[in-house]
Design a protein around this ligand. Structure first.
Ligand SMILES: Nc1nc2c(ncn2[C@@H]2O[C@H](COP(=O)(O)OP(=O)(O)O)[C@@H](O)[C@H]2O)c(=O)[nH]1
Ligand SMILES: Nc1ncnc2c1ncn2[C@@H]1O[C@H](COP(=O)(O)OP(=O)(O)O)[C@@H](O)[C@H]1O
Length: 181
């Protein structure tokens, strides 16, 4: 059966690192989404995201989309189907709102991985190290942009505490073995 690992959690918890590991070690493709935010150092066009301008973004048809501050993000069914053509198991990084949409639409095809860390200070340090703008870090680590796990998703989520990357990789190895059966 086709499955999707939905990856959500606060900025800096390691969602991209986890998705990249799944691709590099297990050939699990990431469903690419679109954004109008500027590319970060090390990111690549059509690999990290489809980077768009406001104009090109407005012409696309999305399955679901969100706005974070002045930036827009959106995902399409086409991208999901494209990834599923390559592999029965794929991953997708979305915010919590996106999780609700995908769970509603895809039901038991979804494995929801909620990534977190033991402390918020760790996130701030990682984001500074990643080169994020301190003002943006403050926005991302407060309010609705923080992507806390809502009470009604607590029993449904598989929580992964990504403090130690070696432990995280072990947990992911076990997860892939389980999902691939
Ligand atoms: N709903 C939804 N969320 C998205 C999409 N693409 C990215 N996101 C989320 O947008 C938020 C901001 O992403 P990004 O700017 O890459 O920041 P990061 O979380 O610090 O890596 C994160 O919570 C992502 O999971 C999308 O297509 N749909
Ligand atoms: N377990 C970890 N310990 C220390 N640094 C980490 C760990 N996991 C990821 N990182 C680093 O933290 C930063 C944020 O990770 P990233 O995957 O970009 O997070 P997200 O996609 O959730 O915003 C990156 O520079 C990444 O290399």
């Amino acid at each position: 059966m086709k499955k999707i690992i939905l990856i959500a959690g606060p900025s800096g918890t390691g969602k991209t690192t986890i998705s990249d590991y799944l691709t590099e070690k297990y050939n699990i493709p990431r469903v690419l989404t679109h954004t109008t935010r500027p590319m970060r150092l090390g990111e690549k066009q059509n690999v990290s995201y489809h980077f768009e301008t406001d104009e090109t973004f407005s012409k696309l048809h999305f399955f679901e989309h969100i706005r974070y501050g002045s930036y827009q993000y959106g995902s399409s069914r086409e991208a999901l189907n494209l990834a599923w053509k390559k592999s029965n198991l794929v991953s997708l990084i979305v915010d919590i709102k996106g999780v609700y949409t995908y769970v509603k639409q895809l039901g038991d095809k979804v494995y929801f991985l909620y990534v977190t860390t033991s402390t918020k200070d760790e996130l701030r340090e990682r984001l500074l190290k990643r080169g994020d703008d301190p003002a943006k870090i403050q926005e991302r680590l407060s309010g609705s942009e923080l992507n806390l796990l809502p009470a009604d998703l607590k029993n449904y989520a598989h929580v992964l505490v990504n403090d130690d990357l070696t432990q995280t990789k072990k947990a992911l190895d076990a997860l892939v073995a389980k999902l691939r059966g």
